[in-house]
Design a protein around this ligand. Structure first.
Ligand code: ADP
Length: 489
């Protein structure tokens, strides 16, 4: 029998004192230019835009807006670096640069974590314990592969592609940059990377690290800007591969734009992951996994467990424990080490989430939100639970990218497989059960690229990540992530 406590009484008894992370050690410039050919270069338009802190709406720094001319310069720099230096360098030497960058990221980990939380709104606990350690781990991992490509692909003669255009979103800003840059460089390619417009700062700090590491000029170029900067990369004839992580809508535009060219492409797009709890699951552990899967990081995760399927016999118990746990979640200052749920990344994203909460109510699902306070300034959303959701509801079919969970019930294994697979997406899923055979049965039948069993949202540079259906194609991470940056003769 699961013992529960009264969460309101618990919160009243154990109020955490503020535990803010210090910001004194970070170094930020008031204005950032484009990182092209190893130098920070003013954008040819002369235009900069503000990057703001979503927790208080204050400006942090100005970011350069790159146009087609700037992108052209960046691609040309990458091409020259590819032809003259990087592709000719001994793989072992390339590996050394990657190891050096990995170590420098570790040295600056605290500063990078603080900037990530300031710029993106995610809790410091997450950027400090998850994002930045994984960033360093990716560089270390791919550094190790740089001189072993022939062993990774025996008798296949792997060769680099040329210049990779890489476009990333705002949910894991520096981690996405590492996912893209590290394997591309290890395989001998050079890159032009564009961070998302609301979270460019850590990519620009990475540019400083890269500059300091002595990486040859032009091997990594970082151009900041909006969708049209991304489009200029996609459409540039000097680009040999596009690696994109972002929305399914933009993924479709990119695929259309490169149709008929010989640009290689990997797309990591949206998701609508099912988290499935069977009656034999360790329920407390499962609820903690559900909370981690959808509410931590504000649901700003493409593999967020945004649909919950609970076996009917344990439904009442799961909902009770889930609601109790939601009452104890701390929403607020991302810089506080006790915060569970930080700020929503932007006003636009908050509007989207609010629209879906409205849809959920209109479509007839029953809403629950805990009674927590949220700050007045900034972009905030209470963790939200929708019970009695059904397959046709928009909150069940469409990606929200926010802390909104839609719950449905099921009776049999076949029923839940059918329901879980019934979305246009197929990025990830979670299964909670004591029975290994059930796990194997489900993992072979769920159409999702990543399936976690009795855990959720665990990442490692050695394991591939990617989706089915409208969640995209191609894999990043692990050996598969290397293959995406190589041709085989
Ligand atoms: P999200 O909805 O997660 O913000 P987007 O797909 O809009 O995702 O953005 C992901 C990245 O794609 C961002 O860096 C954004 O600037 C870029 N982007 C947006 N529109 C385009 C486009 N038409 N072509 C290329 N990149 C784009």
């Amino acid at each position: 029998m699961t013992k529960t406590i009264n969460p309101l009484a618990f919160n009243a008894a154990f109020k955490y004192a503020p535990a803010p992370e210090s910001k004194t050690h970070i170094q930020l410039k008031p204005r950032y230019d484009l990182f092209i050919n190893g130098k920070f270069t003013a954008p040819s338009s002369g235009k900069h835009f503000d990057s703001i802190n979503p927790a208080n709406e204050l400006k942090i720094a100005e970011i350069a807006e790159a146009n087609e001319k700037d992108v052209d310069m960046a691609v040309k720099a990458a091409k020259t670096a590819y032809e003259k230096v990087w592709s000719k360098m001994a793989p072992k030497e390339r590996g050394k640069y990657l190891f050096r960058i990995a170590r420098m990221i570790q040295e600056q980990a605290r500063e990078l974590a603080v900037i990530e939380s300031l710029d993106g709104g995610k809790p410091i606990r997450e950027s400090r314990d998850i994002d930045i350690p994984l960033v360093a781990a990716h560089f270390f991992y791919y550094a190790g592969w740089a001189d072993k490509l022939d062993y990774a692909y025996p008798n296949k003669k792997p060769v680099s592609l040329g210049v990779a255009g890489q476009i990333i979103p705002w949910n894991f800003p520096l981690l996405m940059a590492a996912w893209k840059i590290a394997p591309a460089l290890a395989c001998g390619n050079t890159v032009v990377l564009k961070p998302a417009e609301t979270t460019s700062l850590t990519a620009l700090k990475l540019a400083e690290i890269i500059q300091e590491s002595g990486l040859p000029e032009g091997v990594v170029n970082i151009v900041t800007g909006f969708g049209n900067t991304g489009a200029a990369i996609v459409n540039h004839p000097g680009i040999n591969k596009i690696a994109f992580t972002g929305s399914t809508d933009v993924g479709k535009i990119i695929q259309k734009s490169i149709a008929g060219t010989n640009k290689k492409c990997t797309l990591e797009l949206g998701g609508k992951a099912a988290n499935i709890i069977f009656e034999d699951a360790p329920i407390d552990q499962a609820v903690e996994g559900i909370i981690n899967g959808i509410y931590f990081n504000q649901g700003h995760v493409c593999c967020a467990g945004s649909r919950l399927f609970v076996q009917e016999s344990v439904y009442d118990m799961v909902i009770r424990i889930l609601k109790d746990r939601m009452e104890t979640l701390i929403v607020g200052d991302p810089m506080d080490k006790n915060t569970d749920i930080g700020a929503i990344n932007s006003k636009n994203q908050l509007d989207t989430i609010r629209k879906y909460i409205k849809y959920g109510k209109e479509d007839g699902a029953e809403m629950f939100q805990p009674s927590c306070e949220v700050p007045n300034k900034g972009f905030w959303c209470r963790p939200t639970l929708f019970m009695n959701a059904s397959q046709s509801h928009r909150i069940v079919q469409e990606e929200i990218f926010g802390p909104v969970l839609a719950v449905q019930t099921f009776r049999t294994v076949d029923e839940v497989i059918e329901k879980a697979n019934n979305t246009p997406f197929g990025l990830s899923a979670g299964v909670w059960t004591d029975k290994g055979s059930k796990i194997f049965n489900l993992t072979s039948k769920l159409r999702a690229g990543v399936i976690w069993a009795n855990t959720y949202n665990k990442f490692d540079p050695t394991s591939p990540f990617g989706g089915y259906k409208e969640s995209g194609f191609g894999r990043e991470g692990g050996l598969h992530g290397l293959g995406a940056y190589l041709n085989f003769n």
